[in-house]
Design a protein around this ligand. Structure first.
Ligand code: PLP
Length: 370
């Protein structure tokens, strides 16, 4: 599915130097590379504040903690997402409210979102799934109308962007009140372990977020709020500084691989290809097709026999996971989410895709349908 080693070998010298530099300084926690990386990322995103943390799940948790919510407050999430999005809500004693997604781009359905808003709703968490932005303009309009916070789960879409109807374009993660991302190795900007970051233009929120991520202290050994310990290691920050310089090149490589699939799978009947929305620049963290006629599992086994790995993101709606079933009434059902869980298949895509490999994948899919 990915070729992390291949990507590393191309920039090995710079990465090795960056890591060795941290070892030489032995400033493993809060070394200078951490603030440097935060500043570099804030320039890339064009946002005032970037606070790094230990992983993307922590980023979401800390963002929610900063909003001072109370038990029973409702947080709206799409039901078709990675569990982390809802997990942090439940952990904080808040209530996840799951809404449906659109069939074509897998992100929060606006009608479903609107009908889920109640007097207890406090936050909307749109997830920019598989590398493409959610439809942020109507989400921000609804949030404003109902006085809600928006936390963007941008774990899969760093570098993606969204264009509003007035033609202004913003990077995903910088549109809502707070944006969160992950540097898990297979994300658009991946480190060599775990890492995450939180973004905001709101200086007061930024200060609170930084404090929460650092045991609730602004001054050492003076703890104003209950926080947590969530830090990006200096080694990870140092190599992320190198990899951030290659992010545009890497996103371009993903885009080219996606274009190849688009061109060569376009006329295969039986599958639907990912939609590139006119308002979005897609970063193809995943290339996810929808397999019609209940053929998904058969196609997956067929490809597996040929040595082609594929993944099912995600096989179950959040509300059918044992951990989250208690948040919905019996028989709760979202039709698009359920249809997608039974039909999606993510094909290999990464920054080092070779044309021959892609050709073999494409030919194999065509053979399945011939
Ligand atoms: C990866 C991911 C996360 C969590 O990131 P971690 O760094 O693994 O904690 C959260 N939300 C989504 C949508 C993700 O894909």
């Amino acid at each position: 599915m990915v070729d992390l080693f291949g990507q590393y070998t191309k920039i090995k010298l710079e990465i090795d130097q960056a890591i060795q530099g941290v070892i030489d300084s032995s400033s493993f926690i809060k070394g200078k590379d951490v603030l440097e990386f935060e500043s570099n990322l804030s320039k890339f995103l064009d946002i005032k504040h970037v606070i790094s943390c230990a992983n993307g799940t922590d980023a979401l948790q800390i963002a929610l903690m900063a909003l001072e919510l109370t038990q029973g407050d409702e947080i709206i999430v799409p039901a078709f997402t990675y569990a982390a999005t809802a997990e942090v809500i439940a952990l904080l004693g808040l209530t996840p409210i799951m809404v449906d997604v659109d069939q074509d781009d897998f992100s929060m359905n606006i009608a479903s979102l609107e009908s889920a808003i109640t007097a207890r709703t406090k936050v909307i968490i749109p997830v920019h799934l598989f590398g493409q932005s959610s439809d942020m303009e109507p989400i921000m309009t609804l949030a404003k109308k109902h006085n809600l916070f928006v936390i963007e789960d941008n774990a899969q879409s760093l570098g993606a962007s969204y264009t509003f109807s007035d033609d202004t374009t913003q990077k995903t993660g910088t549109i809502g009140h707070i944006g969160c991302t992950s540097f898990f190795p297979t994300k658009n900007l991946g480190c060599f372990g775990d890492g995450g970051a939180i973004f905001t233009d709101d200086s007061q929120l930024a200060e609170k977020i930084r404090m929460i991520a650092n045991h609730g202290q602004k001054i050492k050994y003076h703890h104003s709020v209950v926080g947590c310990n969530s830090r990006l290691d200096t080694i990870q920050a140092a190599l992320l500084n190198v990899k951030l310089r290659y992010l545009s090149t890497h996103l371009q490589a993903r885009k080219e691989a996606a274009v190849y699939y688009d061109q060569h799978l376009g006329n295969v009947s039986g599958i639907l290809l990912p939609t590139q929305k006119s308002y979005a620049v897609h970063t193809y963290n995943q290339y996810t097709i929808v397999v019609q006629n209940n053929d998904r599992d058969k196609l997956q086994s067929y490809l597996k026999e040929k040595g082609i790995p594929t993944m099912i993101y995600y096989p179950l709606p959040l509300y059918k996971q044992d951990a989250f079933s208690c948040y919905v009434r019996e028989g709760f059902h979202l039709s698009n989410t359920e249809w997608l869980c039974g039909a999606v298949l993510s094909l290999p895509i990464h920054t080092e895709m070779k044309k021959e490999t892609q050709q073999f994948i494409v030919d194999s899919i065509k053979q399945f349908y011939s």
